[in-house]
Design a protein. Structure first.
Length: 243
């Protein structure tokens, strides 16, 4: 697999309400976005990393990429109005030689190598894979007033996470929609599904949370502290790379 990893980091971070950009909010002493970038850098199948940022953050990210020796990272691409637009712009910068596309939110700093490995493995077999948590709670759909419209059968439900990995040709075809349609797709898998390709779910990692609010930052700090302890006991790359 020759994987190009697109890392959308061009959101406004509105719900976090930080003074600076969410991608640079310090967490365990490092900017939020750097954590996931380091894990992607460490995986041998990932050949290129394409960070997507807002214009105002571009130079700061360039400096960080150099300081942290993220050698697989290409020059940051400018994002768009929605997450899907940002991913599409990242895709436009993917090198010719890449045959797989991975997308991972910069806002998910607690990615572990073994989850990355699991998603890549299933994608290689099936053509497209997304990780997610099987729903462990009852999910209800309600209208604007809070009135319940339906209660869903949780046996069939997954809470989608990233990374999500796709054959390059499938992803390219999924992105052939008009720009104004893209914002209607909440994740990358939904675009690929809508293009008619099967996407396989892979059990995700409860630690792989998306930092959305202040509360998530506290949780992510604690999780990263645990991950550091684990890393102290185990080598970062556990076995021979199979890619
Ligand atoms: N993202 C992006 N471009 C956008 C919107 C989002 O690259 N136009 C990225 C974010 O930077 C983040 C990921 O997509 O890494 C998931 O988005 P989310 O958690 O919603 O982050 P923000 O959009 O930054 O936060 P908020 O919605 O609270 O403003
Ligand atoms: Mg958002």
């Amino acid at each position: 697999m020759r994987v190009a990893a697109i890392v959308p980091a061009a959101g406004a971070g509105r719900r976090l309400g930080s003074r600076g950009a969410k991608a640079f909010v310090p967490i365990r002493g490092e900017p939020l976005a750097i954590h996931a970038l380091k894990i992607l850098e460490a995986h041998p199948a990932v050949r290129w990393i394409i960070p997507v940022v807002r214009e105002s953050d571009r130079d700061a990210l360039r400096r960080l990429l150099r300081r942290h020796r993220l050698d697989k990272a290409l020059d940051p691409v400018l994002g768009g109005p929605s997450r899907a637009d940002s991913v599409a712009r990242g895709f436009a910068a993917v090198p010719e030689r890449a045959n797989w596309i991975l997308v991972h939110d910069a806002a998910r700093p607690c990615l572990r190598l073994r989850l990355l490995e699991a998603v890549l493995k299933v994608a290689r077999r099936e053509g497209a894979a997304a990780c997610g948590l099987p729903a462990s709670v009852t999910v209800k759909a309600a209208d604007d007033t809070g009135s319940v419209r339906l209660t869903l059968d949780r046996d069939q439900l997954w809470l989608a996470q990233t990374p999500q990995v796709f054959r390059r040709d499938w992803f390219a075809q999924a992105l052939t929609r008009a720009d104004h349609e893209l914002s209607g797709f909440p994740d990358d898998a939904s675009l690929v599904e809508a293009a008619g390709f099967p996407v396989r779910m892979v059990p995700g990692d409860p630690w792989n949370l998306k930092v959305t609010t202040r509360e998530d930052l506290v949780l992510a700090e604690a999780i990263l502290a645990h991950m550091d302890q684990e890393a102290a006991r185990r080598p970062l790359w556990p076995g021979r790379a199979d890619f």
